[in-house]
Write a protein that binds this ligand. Structure first.
Ligand SMILES: Cc1ncc(COP(=O)(O)O)c(C=O)c1O
Length: 438
């Protein structure tokens, strides 16, 4: 069929695909698996649970004893609410010491479920502008899609201003007849920085009458790492001042699925209204066995002992990268670690294993690293603003100092070569000698 009489859907889809290409937004070829011959410095498997041989053995020993291992063939509202689901949910409620817990097939489902269903007509939602897509999608599907207000990332001043404007625009909130929902993440995974949670809560408590605010915190990237595994909110002693918390199992816990901690009333309501949970088959039996196995490991002494190791490796990466960039005189617009301090009021042992490494040539760097077996996805414009293109490096408890050093050396070698090539193209003399010193 010629392009002139191509079906309109083909024309529209091809135009959208071309636009992505023009903007250099990567669309990975899913027919080829991600490279895996080099160390993992990119996934969210912070404690390296997915490759831990002991955890694997324990799972295999357990699964052979299970009478049922496959699917449940029904959503939890229709045949699929089996005793492993109920028991695991009770385990979550007890572990997190929260009044109510609701199990979901993914963190995406949990955020979507809460935000699309719980906010009511007349309510408003105030959220950090860098919230994950699951939250944004939930808000856009909610009854508050026309009363959603983003504030500048991690800015308490911007939050205060947006909240004040929201209260003026929606006087029913201050009158105690409607609710303002506040959505934040503890650790933002593209920037590796932390929410100033205490100041956000204090601002809410100062401006919104008691009972008219519902603070929802997404702990996706801190669950399992702080507060003896219970997350950053209890680590900061703030558990009695927020209303709902999401814990995904897809990062530190090495699995998938999620638990939404909330009030018994919100849980009860969501069972009737949260569409992703109502209309999707519940987690398979084998998944619950795996979840209990990784949970035993991560929340127990073996898993928690890996957290200080992860912290030490994160510090090692940061100092090794700074030193190598300075030694190799890499231009800062070509490769630089984005500064991201832990808030001053956080305990000293809180750290971020996520490092945004800014580079205007993220795609070129990713191509070189992929060829070396690293499973790196570049994050170019327009995914992030122009000038903030990056790669996202994540340190894992299972990495070694040597692996980190080799990676740092590789990216610095690439940067010097790239800079030299650029200079050559401009007709300037090529810088030599620095590479040999790396
Ligand atoms: C902050 C945040 N919330 C929610 C999710 C969704 O979690 P899941 O991958 O378990 O669906 C993610 C996933 O990357 C995330 O980063």
């Amino acid at each position: 069929m010629s392009s002139s009489n191509a079906p309109p859907l083909d024309v529209a889809l091809n135009a959208a695909i071309s636009m992505r290409k023009k903007l250099a937004v990567p669309t990975p070829d899913l027919n080829a698996p991600a490279p895996s011959s080099a160390p993992d410095l990119f996934s969210n498997d912070y404690l390296s649970v997915t490759t831990n041989p002991k955890v694997r053995e324990r799972f295999l020993a357990r699964i052979v004893k299970e009478p049922r291992v496959f699917g449940t063939s029904g959503s939890r509202l229709l045949f699929g609410n089996k005793s492993p689901h109920v028991q695991f949910e009770q385990r979550m409620r007890a572990f997190f010491r929260w009044p109510a817990a609701l199990l979901f097939n993914s963190g995406y489902d949990a955020n979507l479920s809460f935000l699309h269903s719980v906010p009511q007509p007349g309510d408003a939602i105030v959220f950090d502008e860098l919230m994950h897509a699951s939250t944004r999608d939930g808000i856009n599907m909610s009854r508050c899609r026309h009363s959603q207000y983003g504030f500048a990332h991690n800015s308490v001043a911007s939050f205060r201003e947006v909240l004040q404007k929201t209260l003026v625009r929606h006087p029913n909130i201050a009158a105690g007849k409607s609710t303002v929902f506040i959505a934040v993440e503890t650790l933002y995974s593209m920037d590796g920085d932390f929410c100033p949670l205490r100041q956000i809560i204090e601002t809410v408590e100062e401006l919104v009458p008691k009972g008219s605010a519902h603070i929802m915190v997404d702990e996706a990237h801190t669950s399992g790492l702080f507060g003896d595994g219970r997350g950053l909110v209890p680590e900061l002693g703030l558990q009695d001042r927020v209303h709902s918390i999401l814990h995904t199992f897809s990062k530190t816990w090495g699995m998938s699925g999620a638990v939404f901690l909330t009030t018994p009333l919100v849980r009860h309501y969501m069972i009737g209204y949260a569409r992703p949970m109502i209309y999707s088959t519940s987690l398979p039996y084998s998944h619950l066995v795996a979840l209990n196995t990784t949970w035993d490991f991560v929340s127990g002494p073996e898993g928690q002992a890996l957290v200080p190791r992860l912290r030490a490796l994160a510090a090692h990466f940061e100092s090794a990268l700074h030193a190598a960039l300075a030694r190799a005189q890499v231009p800062s617009d070509l490769l630089a670690l984005r500064p991201r301090a832990v808030p001053a009021d956080f305990p000293a042992h809180v750290f971020s294993p996520v490092f945004p490494v800014l580079t205007r040539a993220s795609k070129a760097l990713a191509d070189v690293l992929d060829a070396g077996g690293y499973a790196l996805t570049p994050i170019p414009f327009p995914v992030v603003p122009r000038g903030e293109e990056r790669i996202r490096v994540v340190v894992h408890a299972g990495n070694t100092e040597a692996e980190i050093d080799e990676f740092v050396a590789r990216i610095c070698v690439w940067a010097r070569e790239f800079a030299a090539r650029e200079e050559q193209e401009k007709g300037e003399p090529r810088a030599t000698g620095v590479l040999a010193r790396l």
